[in-house]
Design a protein around this ligand. Structure first.
Ligand code: PEP
Ligand code: MG
Length: 867
């Protein structure tokens, strides 16, 4: 049997959102729930994929569309293309994963001169009929034929000027009939042919154009940024038109069941009387708060509130809906799981658990670990007394400073040099690359549901929208706020949490975490199996990490302890010394510094394990460049230490074997610190001494012996572990032998990625790797997300072989991947004991570890919940 491509909203389709798209699945589900939805049908993503292969509608699709249009005619009692009371439809894109504003929609299909006149007569409202018609010509022209949108906008503006009016709504039926003729002329001029009068032809061409919009550059950029697979395709929904622009008893809006910025109970949203949906979404007219509907249309408002409550209960999640009121009658056009800030996600999840709508596990699963980062963004110092230069809407939280840029391309260019702030009249989907590059977004125009607001919130970037006090002069490339004139490159600061805008840079402070955050992370801790440690090198970092919930230190890098005004010259003296005695004398002076650092860290982490890694970088990193050498001796030493590939050279445990006195001093400092802390506090710290870059059993065996003999001298009786990082492929492959000398392994996946892939961790990212990611050679940056098939396989080998020798071997990871949610999930699957990451990512890792455990049990993740 031939593939079926079209389903009415009230027909069971199977295949869910993958087949019908999120919007189609939602419309079908709402229809089946008895919620007021316009009638219509969905053309499946199968049809889109078939279209994209051949660039034409698949065989049989047009017949199916005809049959479903006929049913729609039956149901609505109106005829498509008729000049008397015509059936009009919208054609709306809708992929399985929502991509707001990325693909195209066309409204009012089915109008031509005859049916527009018929509609005017039937409704007694020529203004409405010709407004609908001119919109169709404009949208069809732009979307199907690529006619420049500005040509239509300019014609509308000049008509308003010639009539001496400000608002579109002040134009009357005759004005709009005239505008229709102007638009037809623009269409003819732009395409070389007349606007198609045949309703069926309009529909078929519109469907093809919406399918094709899946592949526009802006949609591709969006998919790449959000890691949405290219082969999903979009469904198309053909929906009976209902009209929000029929007069003052009509209108359109978008609303959330809870505030998407704070999570406070709703409804929350915006409404425009006498308008069509595109006016709200595009932010062209500034809408009123949804509350305004309560007095303007009390019945429709009451029905809206009741329907939203039902939808939230049914979907057991916060919803984002689009609706239209036609002559006081409410219709829902869409419902979807609401995009929300991390703060709102936490608050709503906690409240929904309280209300008995979801379980604790589901609440945890609803929070996107990557999004938690938002809460961890800096804020403007509340103590600072600052005068904002302007105020707009608090569209997406967090504060950001950056050099002003006025267009998306400049944002991308300038962001290579310094942080930028994208300042636009309003943003459009074509600005997506600039929004990705910018630290924050500031717009003059548009509301909380404008493109800028929705996209920034999804990206977790600060955004201030609708800042009317700001004026942009596109020609001069300047902006003015009050008495300030800003040029491209001048610095502005925005506070997306309050909507304030400041001229210049402003002091920022780390975020304040609230009770919802603690509550949800507490629930996450109940679920996860992986331990979470932090990479911390100072007592301050250790304290912060502990406050974020770290259960120990997985990596304390000791190299920074050799820097600083007092220490560095002593370290350099050690490196320049030409005898062991000379080196030892310098090291003796460094020891007390290290010891006191370790004592501070042990006390901050009292009761929790601390893994200290001995010196790792090549020694030349402690000397200046040759030109800055202070004397000939230093110059000669710099030359002698020079290596072509220092990252593959004399570093890590190789240093410890060549200059055992360095590691001996470090172990002595650690052991003395452990003893001092034990004497001072009554409990010994849980110390793990870690050797870097080991590849051979013999390396570790010798270093273990050194470690144990110094420990025995300094802190006999204090328990401790000795282990190694796994950072080179050989260590992973020979893990069974290496485990003979190791109590623990910690995967140093930064180096393991570098050494496995032969990608320099210092150079690849600004270079070929960027191109690899853009061209799709690689899907993920392997320095961010573990290359599961390559590096991950080596890790698996190391785990198996290591445990075959030592079943109790402790296993962790301390490369940057330890804070990356996808990599955390892999580490969970591998059966590691813990992940270790930077203090600020500890909460993200706690949640990601819980998600990994929940996924194993089959509890849906936030993505599957429709996020
Ligand atoms: C690693 O290589 O993954 C690691 C944690 O060590 P470093 O980044 O200090 O080389
Ligand atoms: Mg390393």
């Amino acid at each position: 049997m031939a593939t079926r491509y079209v389903y009415d909203f009230d027909e069971p389709a199977g295949g869910g959102r993958e087949l019908l798209g999120g919007k189609g699945a939602g419309l079908a589900e709402m229809t089946q729930l008895g919620i007021p939805v316009p009638a219509g049908f969905t053309i499946t993503t199968d049809a889109c994929r078939a279209y994209l292969e051949s660039r034409r509608l698949p065989a049989g699709l047009e017949d199916e569309i005809d049959a479903h249009v006929a049913r729609l005619e039956e149901r609505t009692g109106r005829r498509f293309g008729s000049s008397d009371d015509p059936l009009l439809v919208s054609v709306r894109s809708g992929a399985a994963i929502s991509m707001p504003g990325m693909m195209d929609t066309i409204l009012n299909l089915g109008l031509d001169d005859g049916s527009a006149a018929g509609l005017a007569a039937r409704t007694g409202n020529p203004r409405f009929a010709y407004d609908s018609y001119r919109r169709l010509i404009q949208m069809f022209g732009e979307v199907v034929e690529g006619v420049d949108a500005h040509r239509f906008e300019t014609a509308l503006t000049s008509l308003k000027q010639s009539r001496g009016v400000q608002q579109d709504t002040e134009l009357d039926g005759d004005d709009l009939r005239e505008l229709v003729e102007t638009f037809k002329a623009i269409y003819r001029d732009g395409t070389g042919s007349d606007f198609p009068a045949d309703a069926r032809a309009q529909l078929v061409r519109a469907v093809g154009a919406v399918f094709a919009s899946w592949d526009t550059p802006r949609a591709q950029v969006y998919r790449r940024a959000h890691e949405i697979p290219d082969d999903l395709g979009t469904a198309v929904n053909v929906v009976q038109m209902v009209f929000g622009n029929k007069g003052e008893r009509s209108g359109t809006g978008v609303a959330f069941t809870r505030d998407p910025s704070t999570g406070d109970p709703g409804p929350y949203g915006e409404f425009l009387a006498n308008a069509q949906g595109e006016d709200v979404v595009a932010g062209i007219r500034t809408p009123q708060p949804i509350e305004a509907m309560r007095t303007a249309m009390p019945d429709a408002y009451a029905q809206l509130v009741e329907t939203m409550g039902r939808l939230e209960t049914h979907y057991r999640d916060m919803q984002d809906i689009e609706f239209t009121v036609e002559d006081d009658r409410l219709y829902l056009l869409q419902t979807r799981s609401a995009k929300r800030t991390a703060a709102a996600a936490l608050k709503a999840a906690a409240a929904m658990t309280d209300e008995g709508l979801i379980t604790r596990e589901e609440a945890v699963a609803r929070i996107d670990p990557a999004q938690l980062d938002q809460l961890l963004h800096p804020m403007i110092d509340p103590q600072a007394h600052l005068e904002p230069a302007a105020k707009g809407l608090n569209a997406s939280p967090g504060a950001a400073s950056g050099a002003v840029v006025f267009d998306a391309d400049s944002a991308v260019e300038r962001a290579k040099l310094a942080p930028v702030l994208l300042v636009r009249f309003e943003t459009a989907p074509d600005d997506i690359h600039g929004m990705i590059a910018a630290e924050g977004i500031l717009t003059v125009h548009g509301g909380m549901t404008s493109h800028a607001a929705v996209v920034a919130r999804g990206m977790g970037k600060p955004c201030v929208a609708g800042c009317a006090e700001l004026q942009i002069d596109e020609q001069a490339r300047t902006a003015t706020i009050g008495s300030h004139t800003l040029h491209e490159g001048d610095v502005l600061t925005i506070d997306g949490g309050t909507g304030r805008v400041f001229v210049g840079a402003v002091p920022l402070v780390p975020p304040q975490l609230n009770d919802d955050f603690e509550l949800l992370l507490g629930w996450a801790d109940e679920v996860r199996r992986l331990g979470i440690r932090a990479n911390a090198d100072t007592p301050d970092d250790a304290t912060r990490a502990r406050a974020f919930g770290a259960e120990g230190i997985g990596l304390c890098r000791t190299e920074h302890m050799f820097f600083g005004e007092v220490r560095l010259p002593v370290m350099q003296e050690m490196i320049l010394a030409d005898s062991e005695a000379g080196r030892r004398s310098a090291l003796d002076r460094l020891l007390p510094f290290q010891q006191s650092d370790f004592e501070g860290i042990f006390e901050a982490m009292a009761g929790l394990p601390v893994t200290i890694r001995l010196l790792d970088p090549p020694l030349h990193e402690f000397l200046p460049a040759e030109e800055q050498a202070t004397d000939d001796r230093m110059r000669a030493r710099i030359r002698a230490l020079r290596e072509t590939n220092p990252m593959l050279g004399t570093r890590g445990c190789r240093l410890g074997l060549m200059f055992p006195e360095i590691y001996e001093m470090q172990v002595r400092a650690i052991a003395r610190a452990a003893r001092a802390v034990q004497e001072r506090t009554g409990s010994a710290p849980l110390v793990e001494v870690m050797h870097p870059l080991v590849g051979f059993r013999e390396e570790l065996a010798r270093l273990r012996e050194l470690t144990e003999s110094v420990w025995e001298e300094e802190a006999p009786g204090i328990e401790h572990l000795v282990g190694t990082m796994i950072e080179v492929p050989r260590a992973a492959l020979r893990a069974d032998e290496i485990a003979e000398a190791a109590d623990f392994f910690s995967f140093g996946t930064n180096d393991l990625t570098q050494t496995t892939l032969a990608f320099s961790r210092d150079d690849a990212e600004g270079n070929f790797l960027t191109e690899y990611l853009e061209d799709g050679v690689l899907r993920h940056n392997p320095f961010e997300t573990i290359d599961v098939e390559g590096v991950g396989d080596l890790m698996r080998i190391a785990v198996d072989r290591g445990r075959s020798t030592r079943p109790q071997l402790k296993l962790g990871i301390c490369g940057e991947h330890g804070g990356d949610p996808r990599s955390v999930r892999f580490c969970h699957a591998l059966g590691l004991d813990y992940v270790s990451c930077s203090p600020f990512r500890v909460p993200v890792a706690r949640l990601a570890a819980a998600h990994a455990a929940l996924a194993e049990q089959g509890t849906a993740s936030y993505a599957a919940a429709g996020g």
